[in-house]
Design a protein around this ligand. Sequence first.
Ligand code: PLP
Length: 419
Amino acid sequence: RKIGNHDLKPESLVMGYGFDPAMSEGSIKPPIFMTSTFAFKSARDGEVLFRQLAGKREEGDPEEADLIYTRFNNPNMEVLEDRLTLYDAGEDALVFSSGMGAITTALLACAGAGTTILHSSPLYGGTEVFMRTFMPDFGVTPFEMDAWATEELILAQARKAAAKGPLSVIFTESPANPTCALVDIRACARVAETIETETGHRPIIMCDNTMMGPIGHAPLKHGADLALYSLTKYIGGHSDLVAGAAIGTEAAISKIRRVRNYLGTTLDAHTCWLVTRSLETVQLRMEKAFANARLCAEFLRDHSKIGKVMYPAFFEEGDPQKTVYDEQCQAAGSTFSFDVKGGKEAAFRLLDSLQLVKLAVSLGGTESLMCHPGSTTHSGVSEDIRKRIGFTDGLVRFSVGIEAAEDLIADLTQALEKV
Ligand code: PLP
């Protein structure tokens, strides 16, 4: 991680960290270990490994657990997990078969029956439905706060939740999908401390950082215990795989690892290899996408047929969200939403007129995508919540890719002429 006293940057380390070519015939890149199980050196070795797996290490057992079985670990998983700690500065990481695999496994591991959860709103539809309809079946009561809530409001909601049962998790999604509202993670960390002082239980702070990705926002640096990702999005980055990750403190990760072992929400070796390959270019891809997104957002802001553009760099002076943006974000991201004047019909007209930008859900790929969340990804969000969060009928979500910016603007121009 260093040359002398010089600390190497994640974009340098991510090419080779956690893999020694000498262990694999000098191969510069990790081979794909397509095996379900790993040979023990001896029967005693097998006994020791299973003791370690159960968290019952004895004196004289090796510190590091060896490979056992691909549902628990695999060289491709381990290389990817080591490299995922780099951008987020996490102590440890775990990969999962999808972003939802990461979120649900983390929640089931950290929120026991009888506890409460406080979550920000809006959330990605899948997460919101899991919180609202599945968690109560496991005896966990969810409480809600607006993504843009101030510290005072977060604390008030946290106290309300803690009064019903130990507050186990403060779950945030920042920026929120699709409105790009930002959660004040630093305020959540201070609230967690206050709740610990008052109740003796410190809630684990999770942040789904999928929308901004690790280049634009590093929640662990602001006090979160876990950064959660749909690797399907920016980190995978090519819209050709589905995967997820949790990155964070050793304590939080080891809790979740045990539950992942039982649920089997692990990521297969081949997809781990693909994500490891993608990780080498994540910074390049995201910086280009960020630059394109800014040009597109500015073009849309100035267009007479477009209303509000929900792009984090457009928060105005005096808006508390601007302070959160300035303190927490290194970039404005490349997925944002905007309101097409004329509502749903006008939005559909725009979407159906695009020639270069593809019409699909998902985000964070090399290609630009647009969708109408109100009738797709967020169709389950109720009318009153939509009103509260500024989610209009004409709201369109734009995931800006790495094409030539002038081509994207040309496509937006011709499509808007037809609205
Ligand atoms: N979190 C956010 C913010 C998302 O947008 C998504 C998917 O769109 C997910 C989580 C779920 O990820 P996956 O589809 O990889 O399960």
